[in-house]
Design a protein around this ligand. Structure first.
Ligand code: PMP
Ligand code: GLN
Length: 432
């Protein structure tokens, strides 16, 4: 018998798909379009701000920031987040009681669940979901009620040959998921892995259901700045009628500023919701890495920060268009992404990659073939589902990579499809 088995609450979750795929990618020198992390650094001014906070910048006269931070976050960062929130939503909030800084959005998700959920409470999730959601519900002793987002055809007067345009939920299925045990609904917009941005009508329905059933909403908005249609800006559930006091909005620095390793996240909402989250946060991490928080304050709501976001969005938009076009040319049915930096690609067309996937039995099998034989890593989408069969048709590609990385990945797929020898691997894999 194993002397120290993991607690049974983690038995269904195994090792995260990101760790698994990145390790496999590294073993086979595959280009990693699986785990969503940029292969380039974020803005220089933020690196300099960390150096100053650490006391490494000789020209800096600021005091160092190397000891524990305030439990709820370094004041400069909490103030910057509150000011930015007020500018964007036209509702002012109190930086001391309504903002909590966490160790990435991952910790904010866990602290929110642990702080709000009692054993037996129900939590509504949309599948596919970011993989930590279900584990967080389980850690809190909650019960996940899952509503499925499915590819939805919309008839376009100009594009008649593309049957699938976006992922959507069935409003009746959502309404039926609310019961007298529902405590929280957790949603992610823009959405990982589908690239979906929840529409105004969808958010309005969610708001109505939350009010009707006295439910708290937790919104994961880590991709809030990564939206590609300038005529459809990011929508926040917290700004819908009646939702300001019942929504906890989570985000982080990682995606907007391409420093996923810094792990600075935050939660914004009413003082009561922040108190609930802090009751867990104080015992999970107590506080978040002080120099990183201090530097992050320079990014939030500043002109330099906004310029960096604009540059990133322009680059990602080009990448999205390139990868969508090339994967489509290779026979994948790619669902257009409105936001975030992932593409869901249906591999089940028999002509996909010139028929080389015809023997594949699952999305996981496809990903293994691509990593081992083509030298390109993607994520099997079924890992993001409670009902894995719903995701079997898809694999997820990340496009938060340098354009030449994407070009090399496409060249490898093309040459594998053409049965020729793939170009020699030149890029190192990523350590998970
Ligand atoms: N939520 C979603 C939807 C994500 O894609 C990620 C990124 N891994 C996270 C949360 C975690 O964010 P962080 O890296 O800030 O912990
Ligand atoms: N958010 C990233 C993704 O979806 C990965 C985060 C992680 O590795 N935990 O790929």
């Amino acid at each position: 018998m194993e002397p120290h088995p993991a607690a049974t609450r983690f038995a269904p979750f195994g090792t995260t798909i990101f760790t698994e795929i990145s390790a496999l990618a590294q073993r086979h020198n595959a280009i990693n379009l699986g785990q969503g992390f940029p292969d380039f650094d974020g803005p220089e001014f933020l690196k300099q701000a960390v150096a100053s906070a650490l006391g490494l910048n000789p020209s800096s006269h600021t005091s160092t920031a190397n000891q524990y931070a305030r439990m709820a976050g370094v004041p400069a960062l909490a103030k910057a987040l509150a000011a930015d929130w007020s500018t964007r939503t036209r509702k002012s909030i109190d930086w001391e009681s309504q903002v909590t800084v966490t160790s990435g959005c991952t910790e904010a998700l866990a602290a929110a669940m642990l702080g709000l959920i009692n054993p037996g409470d129900e939590v509504i999730l949309f599948e596919p979901f970011y993989d930590s959601y279900r584990a967080c519900v389980a850690m809190a002793g909650g019960i996940a009620r899952v509503v499925t987002l499915r590819p939805h055809s919309s008839i376009s007067p100009t594009i008649t040959s593309t049957p699938i345009t976006t992922f959507a939920f069935d409003p009746e299925q959502l309404a039926a998921a609310f019961t007298n045990k529902t405590r929280v609904i957790l949603l992610n917009t823009p959405h990982n892995p589908t690239g979906k941005a929840f529409t105004h009508d969808e958010l309005a329905l969610i708001a109505r259901l939350c009010l009707k059933h006295n439910v708290t909403a937790i919104t994961d908005e880590v991709y809030e700045h990564l939206v590609y249609d300038p005529t459809s800006p990011h929508l926040q559930l917290a700004t819908f009628d009646g939702m300001a006091d019942r929504t906890l909005t989570l985000s982080s620095l990682g995606k907007s500023f391409s420093f996923t390793g810094w792990k600075v996240g935050w939660a914004i909402g009413s003082a009561a919701l922040n108190r609930a989250l802090r009751s867990a946060h104080q015992f999970l991490t107590f506080s978040t890495c002080t120099p990183m928080q201090t530097a992050a304050a320079a990014a939030i709501g500043s002109a330099q920060g906004q310029a960096a976001i604009n540059d990133l969005v322009a680059m990602l938009r080009t990448n999205r268009e390139f990868l969508t076009r090339e994967l489509t040319a290779l026979g994948f049915n790619v669902i257009p992404a409105a936001g975030a930096y992932f593409l869901m690609a249906d591999w089940t067309n028999p002509a996909c990659l010139a028929g080389r996937l015809q023997s594949a039995t699952s999305d996981a099998h496809v990903c293994r073939l691509l990593i081992e034989q083509a030298g390109v890593a993607a994520i099997p989408a079924s890992a993001f589902y409670q009902h894995p069969h719903e995701g079997q048709r898809f694999i997820r590609f990340a496009f938060c990579k340098r354009n030449d990385t994407l070009q090399q990945a496409v060249a490898r797929l093309q040459s594998w499809a053409a049965h020729t020898t793939a170009p020699a691997p030149t890029l190192a894999g990523h350590k998970a």
